[in-house]
Structures are given as structure tokens and as C-alpha cells.
Design a protein around this ligand. Structure first.
Ligand SMILES: Nc1ncnc2c1ncn2[C@@H]1O[C@H](COP(=O)(O)OP(=O)(O)OP(=O)(O)O)[C@@H](O)[C@H]1O
Length: 531
């Protein structure tokens, strides 16, 4: 059932933009013909006022070049872009209102009464992966020029084939203690609207509703949607992932094939949001929406976690037993405290000082020369991700995909963790596992053997600075594996999978390399704009 977070028309569609973006024509304006391009380029140059500076703007095949007129007398110089690539532009809209201070670049008696708002984004200087939406207003005096430029820019942008046209958006109204709805309406929707993306918004009504919605999508809707956005926490994203995996593993081959084409996205609106944080390097909802609106795509590893009672879950972050399981179990009773329930439950669990007996078996991952490489945009290690058909095989079956030998360890453990991606959060911005990659088909198995409360406190306190790579602590062992099985011996804890409790404690988990495509481009660590 669609809900009115934003205005919609009678057909149930949101009306993302009543502007030129929805009047796109299919034919590209900027073809590969050099003569055509040269002609257009010369026809598409004009003088505008941008942030009080006079600029010569020109439309080229790949974007808009902006050349500032020299003005040595200016003491204050604003930092203006010299090039706006189309693949980073959401859309453009002709606008009538000119900012008063823009008048200063023209004679006062002829103020630029018209303009074009070019919607794009800006990277934070010291953190290139943190994007914030920005609108550059190119002001001019001629209304026709403004309208023509907006139409030309929108036509060029609409030719980018990876851009989504229609998205299914699933919002958990209770995610992050009600934050998810605000995040959607205030941060994510405006970005998608500027890009002309149609959004069909559905609120969840009960736990596992998101999984049911996705798993029940009929063929005509699967063909309509370019992707699904989960607006909420990690639990909601995991449910959407579960639903998509159920579709892909279903008996209907046509629906399975259509589901494999869907890209998933996480708009962070929960309490921790490790999935979005790990994919983009930031917890910004606007940034996640920008990746979706621009049509970014990257493969993501999925860990299938099967329990002894026959149920299973898909995870993109972690599955942990022992301390983190107890912590989640304790914190669930304190939901009314919001995000502050986690440190409180953490302290209570720590001082209980429990450890649990278990038999742990794992299949080691093959050694890799690129091991030390950090995962980032265009990551070499992730580029050899598995083909979609191979990944679907792993999603389908509880059995591990490789034939590698199993190693077994038995003992008492404070904590057992299987971490698939970096698992970034506000507590650990660089991630629990710094060497983890988005799509290398490996998990990091962390075994924290029985130790004193103080020793475990030391382990916890080192996580924000060095993650789980603590070879110097004799009671911590980290191995790269592809599959793991855990059988509890004696008193049992709880399994915490991406912040959700599992119903049974005998668990087998394996990684499906690059099993889903997500709206992300990996983490940008450097960019010429930020030099
Ligand atoms: N309408 C609803 N009413 C009650 N529970 C819901 C509803 N929709 C989803 N849920 C459940 O709420 C749980 C938590 O949701 P979600 O992950 O979105 O938020 P969160 O717990 O605040 O964030 P995080 O998982 O990042 O800590 C999920 O397990 C989901 O099944």
C-alpha cells in the first residue's frame, strides 16, 4: 500500500518532478558524430552569472564546461566548478528567480531575471566519499536561453542508460525510532525527485513485511522497477535482500531472471546503518540517494546463514555469537531508549563476563596477493567478482560452494564473528574489518577465546582504532574463510545477524560472491575535485 510521504497523483505514482525531466525524449542529443557534436557545442555556448561571477558556459559531449571571466579586482573569489560532467548531474530546471547578489556581475539596470538550476553534488574536501547535493544556478537575462539549456541538459542526462527510471521504495516507519520517514521525505526523496526518478513508496506494517512485499512482486512490477530502496536500518535492508533472494531462488524462472536484474539500495534511517555505511563510506542518506539517482552499480557479497531449524537469512554485514548476541538480546528489551540502548546493553553484557563452548569449523579462503589492498572505488580485488549465475547458485543452497578442506576448532569463546563487508558504523567509522571488501567472496572469521573481562574490554576498546585485526592479542584469532559452521556445546548464547536475532543457534554460513548489485560505486578515497 502506497503512503503519502510526498504528493502523488491519482494513479498512485509519486509526482517527482513536474518539470522538464519527465518530458524526456528517448533520442540522444549528443551522438558520437563529431560534426554534430561540434555544431551543438558552438550552438550551446552562452554567458551566465554563477555565484556573482561571469562565466562562459559550453555544452560538450560529456558535460558543461564553465570558464570564469578574469576579474583581478575581486578580493573574494568563490570556488566554482570548471566542469560539470553529465554523469554527475541529476537534472536541470529553468528558474525565474535570480539571487539578488547575482546582479552584481551584470549592470544593475539589467539584472539576470532567469536562470537554470543544475542539480548535482559536491564532495567533501577531506572525505571525497561524502557527497552533498548542490544546485548551481546559471543566471541569465533571456528566458528562452534558460529553457533551451535546461532541456538540452536534461536530454543529455536522460541518455545515460544506467539511470533508474522507477524505483520501489520500502520505508520502515519505526526504523531508527521514527527517523526513517523524516530521512526519506527530507533527504532522499528530494534528490531522486531532481533526477526525475519515479518512486512507488510503501510503508511496512509489521516485521518481515518488507520481505513479503519483495518476494510477492508480480512479473509486470519486476519489469517496471529498476531497483528497490530500503529506507530504515540494517534489519530492513536484510529483509529486502531476503525477499530478492527468495525471488531469485524461486521456481518461476522468468521472475527469477527479472529479480536478478534489480539493484538494491539502502537509505540509512535506522539505528546503526552498517550496510549503507560500508557501501558508501558514509552514513549520509542524501549520499545514498545520490548513488541511486545517478544509477551507480557495484556487486556485493552476500552471506547465507542457515540455522539448525531449517530457516535461513541473507546478510551483508556480520553474524556474531556470544558477546554481540547477548548484547542484542539485552538491548531488544530497551528499544524505547533509541540508539543509547546499545552502550547500556553492551556494558551490562560485558560485566556479566560470559563465555560459551562451541565447535567451529571453517573453510579457509585461498591466499591472495591483493590481500592488503583496501576496498575502494574501482577495487581491483572486487573486480573479479563472480558471475550472476554462479552467485545465484550459492544463494539457493545451504551447502558451501567450494570444495576446500574444513578446519575445526573446539573451545570456549567470548565471541565468534563472521564479517562479510567492512561493517562501518559511528562506533567504528573505518569498519570492524578494515581489510574486508565489498565483493571478494571472503568472510573474516574472528574467534575471541575465553579471557578476562579486562582483556575483552581491551579487545572492544581497540576496535574503533584498529578494527578486528589484533594479531598481537593472544586470545584473538582472525582467519579469512569462505564458509563456517558453529555448533554450540553446553550453555548457549544468541546469534545476531545484521542486528537481528536468529531463532536457532546451530549455524552454517557461506559467502556468495557478488551475489547482488547495489546502488553504490564503492568508497571514493581520492578525487581531483578534492585535491
Ligand atoms: N511496521 C513495522 N512495525 C514493527 N516492526 C517493523 C516494522 N517494519 C519493520 N519492522 C522490523 O523492525 C526491525 C528493525 O528495523 P530497522 O532495521 O529498519 O531499524 P533499526 O533497528 O532502528 O535499525 P538498525 O537495524 O540499523 O539498528 C526489523 O527487524 C523489521 O523487521
Amino acid at each position: 500500500m502506497a503512503h503519502s510521504l510526498v504528493p502523488e497523483d491519482s494513479s498512485g505514482w509519486r509526482s517527482p518532478s513536474q518539470d522538464t525531466m519527465l518530458l524526456r525524449k528517448g533520442r540522444p542529443t549528443f551522438g558520437s558524430d563529431p560534426d554534430l557534436e561540434a555544431g551543438l557545442a558552438s550552438a550551446s555556448s552562452a554567458t551566465f552569472c554563477l555565484n556573482g561571477r561571469r562565466v562562459e558556459a559550453q555544452i560538450t559531449k560529456s558535460g558543461i564546461t564553465l570558464t570564469q571571466a578574469p576579474a583581478r579586482w575581486l578580493i573574494w573569489r568563490s570556488r566554482l566548478p570548471s566542469f560539470l560532467p553529465f554523469h554527475e548531474i541529476l537534472g536541470a530546471a529553468a528558474s525565474k528567480r535570480a539571487l539578488p547578489w547575482q546582479w552584481c556581475c551584470w549592470a544593475a539596470w539589467r539584472p539576470p531575471a532567469h536562470g537554470i538550476d543544475v542539480h548535482t553534488f559536491r564532495r567533501k574536501r577531506r572525505k571525497p566519499c561524502l557527497w552533498s547535493p548542490v544546485a548551481w544556478r546559471l543566471a541569465c537575462q533571456d528566458e528562452e536561453v534558460a529553457k533551451q539549456w535546461a532541456a538540452d541538459i536534461n536530454e543529455a542526462v536522460s541518455d545515460i542508460s544506467c539511470r533508474p527510471r522507477t524505483l520501489l521504495v520500502i520505508v520502515n516507519p519505526w526504523g531508527g525510532c521514527g527517523r526513517a520517514r523524516r530521512v526519506w521525505a527530507g533527504e532522499a526523496y528530494p534528490v531522486l525527485s531532481q533526477a526525475g526518478v519515479r518512486c512507488v513508496v510503501v510503508d511496512t506494517r509489521h516485521p518481515l513485511h518488507a520481505k513479503d512485499i519483495v518476494a510477492a512482486l508480480p512479473m509486470h512490477e519486476l519489469e517496471l522497477y529498476d531497483g528497490i530502496l530500503a529506507v530504515g536500518g540494517d534489519g530492513l535492508f536484510q529483509e529486502v535482500l531476503d525477499g530478492a533472494a527468495a525471488l531469485r531462488c524461486g521456481a518461476d524462472a522468468q521472475r527469477a531472471a527479472a529479480a536478478a536484474q534489480l539493484r538494491l539500495g539502502h537509505i540509512p534511517g535506522g539505528s546503526t546503518d552498517a550496510a549503507a555505511y560500508s557501501m558508501h563510506g558514509t552514513r549520509s542518506a542524501a549520499c545514498a540517494a545520490l548513488h541511486a539517482a545517478l544509477g551507480d552499480s557495484t556487486p556485493l557479497d552476500v552471506m547465507r546463514v542457515d540455522t539448525g531449524d531449517g530457516s535461513h537469512r541473507m546478510s551483508v554485514c556480520y553474524a556474531t555469537y556470544g558477546y554481540m548476541g547477548d548484547l542484542l538480546h539485552t538491548s531488544e528489551a530497551m528499544r524505547w531508549l533509541g540508539e543509547s540502548r546499545y552502550p547500556l546493553a553492551g556494558a551490562l553484557t560485558l560485566f556479566r563476563g560470559r563465555s560459551y563452548g562451541a565447535r567451529v569449523s571453517y573453510q579457509s579462503a585461498a591466499p591472495d596477493a591483493l590481500k592488503a589492498m583496501c576496498c575502494q572505488h574501482q577495487c581491483q580485488r572486487c573486480s573479479v567478482s563472480a558471475s550472476a549465475s554462479h552467485a545465484s547458485l550459492g544463494l539457493h543452497s545451504p551447502a558451501a560452494v567450494t570444495e576446500a578442506p574444513w578446519t575445526t576448532v573446539e573451545g570456549r569463546f567470548k565471541s565468534i564473528m563472521a564479517i562479510v563487508t567492512s561493517c562501518r558504523s559511528d562506533m567504528s567509522p573505518e569498519g570492524l574489518s578494515r581489510n574486508a571488501h565489498l565483493a571478494d567472496g571472503r568472510l573474516h572469521l574472528v574467534l575471541v577465546h575465553q579471557c578476562s573481562i579486562l582483556e575483552y574490554l581491551k579487545f572492544l576498546s581497540l576496535i574503533p582504532t584498529c578494527g578486528i585485526n589484533m594479531e598481537h592479542l593472544p586470545y584473538v584469532k582472525v582467519v579469512e574463510a569462505t564458509a563456517v559452521k558453529v555448533q554450540p556445546l553446553g550453555e548457549e548464547s544468541h546469534w545476531n545477524v545484521d542486528g537481528e536475532l536468529m531463532p536457532h543457534n546451530e549455524v552454517a554460513a557461506h559467502v556468495c560472491q557478488g551475489a547482488v548489485q547495489v546502488f553504490s560505486r564503492g568508497i571514493e578515497v581520492g578525487h581531483p575535485d578534492c585535491a
